[in-house]
Ligand binder design. Structure first.
Ligand code: ADP
Length: 158
């Protein structure tokens, strides 16, 4: 089975990493799909996010990293999967995810939700952006290739 894990990944965190590694063990191919939102101000460019995610999972079989501009389900259809992966940290995540998951389901795309590991329930890309802007260490928040890319990026976009 092929599944698609869509998201902004701006930047990718160890919470995303946990979901990716767990999902990878369940499917034949996991496509990490970075949504392009040209209207949104980003910390890392889509190209930087592609490069760091490719660096993180170079040695993990069955992982593909791509960027897309379509709606998620159009993109999922294009790559030939009807299965989406999303992470759930909290009830708030559940509430914000359920509407879209129901619509996607009605259109033939089902979502597998993986619960965030307890150590990652408070971790988000926006927390990482704040920590970076405050000049605090990123240990335990992001993988090494991500930390390196962030250290080279401007820090005024939290
Ligand atoms: P989006 O803008 O699409 O929500 P994100 O990059 O913020 O993109 O999140 C992508 C997916 O990863 C979402 O399903 C989100 O709930 C999940 N996720 C984000 N952070 C974590 C975390 N710390 N643990 C588990 N899942 C997470």
């Amino acid at each position: 089975m092929r599944a698609c894990y869509p998201g902004s990944f701006d930047p990718p965190t160890l919470g995303h990493d946990d979901i990716i590694r767990r999902a990878q063990g369940m499917v034949d191919e996991l496509v990490i799909a970075i949504g392009r939102h040209p209207e949104k101000k980003s910390l890392l460019s889509v190209e930087q996010r592609l490069a760091v995610l490719q660096a993180c999972y170079r040695d993990l079989p069955g992982i593909r990293v791509v960027a897309y501009e379509d709606t998620t389900v159009h993109f999922a259809r294009k790559i030939g999967t009807q299965v989406l992966i999303r992470g759930l940290r909290s009830y708030a995540d559940f509430e914000s995810e359920r509407g879209m998951a129901e619509v996607n389901r009605a259109n033939g795309f089902d979502t597998i939700f993986l619960l965030a590991s307890p150590v990652h329930t408070a971790l988000s890309s926006s927390l990482v952006r704040q920590v970076l802007a405050a000049g605090l260490p990123l240990d335990g928040l992001v993988a090494e290739p991500v930390a390196q890319a962030l250290q080279q990026s401007p820090t005024d976009t939290a």
